[in-house]
Write a protein that binds this ligand. Structure first.
Ligand code: ADE
Ligand code: ZN
Length: 375
């Protein structure tokens, strides 16, 4: 048995990292020396309260729901079966994924479609003990095909409101500008968003990163901040560390989405640590889009050891083979994370979220109680 001590509050948490092969699937066990209770990593991850901070609602479009919505909208899909769509999720890079993602999103037409999509995700999130989710949406993907901005926002908003009431999940909404379009298109989208200031907490930047630096969106982010929106941006996923720096210095973001390549620039990493700028890391996305070649080489552990405020998220779970718990599990197993490290990731997710301090504190208390109960 290999033991790893996590220190913490005086008690020691161990996990078994060299269980016999036949136990490998459930090989990760959490044992507290004083109580000697054991729990599989699957159960520990499943039950731990967490926040999701990097989730594209269009990326939660499961093939089953795609066929259902395409059917009622009389849209012909280029795929004939669910299996065919799943097989198409074999990407070599971000652009190959985006091509499929925009095809899928193109089916969404009515308010009801956006409602059903959002509701399905929120039910899934609740089943994975997500207490709070900050959801990205890409209005330009829809307004560009003649769907009204209000149709998109109203459908998502109604599902959020119902889920808050019936499922008890807290949510916030983040509007992402498509960085492969020009700044004037983003500005037009921002103008539309101003009428929904109470429903949208922040603006972000997504889509094809290479060749589309954050500086391209200087003016629109300035305007968004003046209007009271918080700001985030994808950076350092396929793009270089300089894009992360631009997002920080020019767009003045509160969080970086992905941020993997920040490790290439020591000074930048140092600044992120010093300012406690969160990174919303997406392990399964990174694997599927070939940002990393093997999960065992994912930089998450290095990021944590560097002192970065990292969180684990699912990005586009319908396309990347897993929701938030599958992301936690994938890194826990590949990087041999201890229970204490998993706890730190969940704690980071509440620290990094955009809720008021009192709401964060409530969720952190629930998390702390979970930890205590499993000691
Ligand atoms: N849009 C949806 N998912 C994305 C990702 N991982 N990177 C950039 N844009 C996206
Ligand atoms: Zn993303």
């Amino acid at each position: 048995m290999t033991c790893q001590s996590t220190g913490g509050n005086g008690k020691r948490i161990y996990y078994f990292s060299d269980m016999p092969y036949r136990f490998r699937s459930a090989a990760f066990r959490v044992t507290i020396l004083t109580v000697r209770k054991e729990m599989s990593v699957e159960d520990f991850v499943k039950g731990i309260p967490k926040a999701e901070l990097h989730l594209h609602i269009e990326g939660t479009f499961e093939p089953e729901l795609m066929f259902k919505i395409a059917g009622r909208n009389n849209v012909r899909l280029q795929y004939t079966s669910i299996e065919e769509i799943r097989e198409a999720c074999n990407f070599s890079n971000l652009q190959e994924f985006l091509d499929l993602y925009y095809t899928g999103a193109g089916i969404l037409t009515d308010e009801e479609d956006f409602y059903d999509l959002t509701w399905a995700y929120l039910e899934k999130a609740v089943s994975q003990n997500v207490l709070h989710s900050e959801i990205f949406f890409d209005p330009q993907t829809h307004t560009g095909r003649g769907i009204a901005f209000s149709t998109v926002v109203n459908g998502i908003h109604k599902a959020r409101a119902d889920a808050g009431e019936k499922l008890g999940i807290s949510t916030r909404l983040i509007l992402c500008f498509l960085r492969d379009l020009d700044e004037s298109a983003a500005m037009k989208t921002l103008e539309e968003a101003l009428g929904y200031r109470d429903r949208i907490i922040a603006v972000g930047l997504d889509s094809a990163e290479a060749g589309n630096p954050p500086s391209k969106f200087h003016e629109v982010f300035k305007r968004a901040r003046e209007a009271g929106f918080l700001t985030v941006a994808h950076g350092g996923e396929e793009g270089p560390a300089t894009y992360v720096r631009e997002a920080l210095e020019i767009l003045k973001v509160s969080r970086i989405d992905h941020g993997n390549h920040c490790l290439d620039d020591d000074e930048l990493a140092e600044e992120l640590v010093r300012r406690r700028i969160p990174l919303t890391v997406c392990p399964l996305s990174n694997l599927r889009l070939k940002v990393v070649d093997r999960m065992e080489r994912h930089p998450l552990r290095r990021m944590m050891e560097r002192g970065l405020l990292v969180t684990v998220n699912s990005d586009d779970p319908a396309y990347f083979g897993g929701y938030i718990n599958e992301n936690y599990l994938a890194v826990a197993k590949a990087l041999n994370l201890t229970a204490e490290e998993i706890y730190t990731l969940a704690k980071n997710s509440f620290e990094a979220c955009f809720l008021e301090k009192s709401q964060k504190d409530k969720m952190l208390k629930t998390l702390h109680e979970y930890k205590k109960k499993h000691e």
